[in-house]
Design a protein around this ligand. Structure first.
Ligand SMILES: [Co+2]
Length: 190
């Protein structure tokens, strides 16, 4: 695969269709500058600011863009808020659509056929394999991403974090908690 990618890049560069330096900048941006820290800031703000949470619920694209997170693969966003009785899980059954602007590049398992098929067939079993066992009465809602619309799970705010700053709260928000394959960390983990 690596050799094929190199060959393809060489041909495209030789034909003048792509600029290798531009590709390097894009890869570097998504590998190092954009990542789940962006999404964590969105979640921490929603936990801290009820008006922001309301905005995020009604128009996630605008609420997220107001923090400067927009662009490729994040043009149209919807937030899925976990509640005590409903847990949200995101998948792309067709391919690997993922909200790059808030979560960076998708993990390998997100793109793998077993996750993509089983997340919709047996979400509870998949979550258990991630170490997340939900109460039997907790409903699981699975969201299937598309090229047009991507989802950000807003996990529940952990108990015992009253009075925490947004920055400190953001430290509890993991990538997996924003996909739905995990929960926000407990305060002791911060
Ligand atoms: Co897709």
């Amino acid at each position: 695969m690596a050799a094929r990618v190199r060959a393809l890049e060489t041909i495209l560069t030789q034909k003048g269709l792509v600029d290798a330096a531009a590709i390097d900048v894009i890869v570097d941006t998504y590998e190092h500058k954009i990542g789940p820290r962006n999404g964590a800031r969105v979640v921490a703000k929603a936990w801290s600011d009820p008006a922001y949470a309301d905005w995020l619920r009604k128009d996630a694209t605008a609420a997220i863009a107001s923090l400067g997170f927009t662009g490729r693969q994040g043009e149209h966003m919807q937030a899925a808020f976990n509640t005590p009785d409903t847990h949200n899980l995101v998948v792309c059954t067709l391919c690997s659509c993922y909200p790059w602007a808030v979560l960076g590049l998708p993990p390998v398992w997100y793109k793998a056929p077993p996750y993509r098929s089983r997340a919709v067939i047996d979400p509870r079993g998949v979550l258990a394999e991630f170490g997340l066992t939900l109460a039997a009465e907790t409903k699981i809602r699975v969201w299937d991403s598309t090229a047009e619309l991507r989802y950000l799970v807003v996990p529940e705010r952990p108990a015992g974090t009253e009075g925490w700053s947004e920055e400190k709260l953001a430290g509890l928000v993991t990538r997996d908690s924003m996909i739905g394959t995990g929960l926000a960390l407990a305060p002791e983990a911060a």
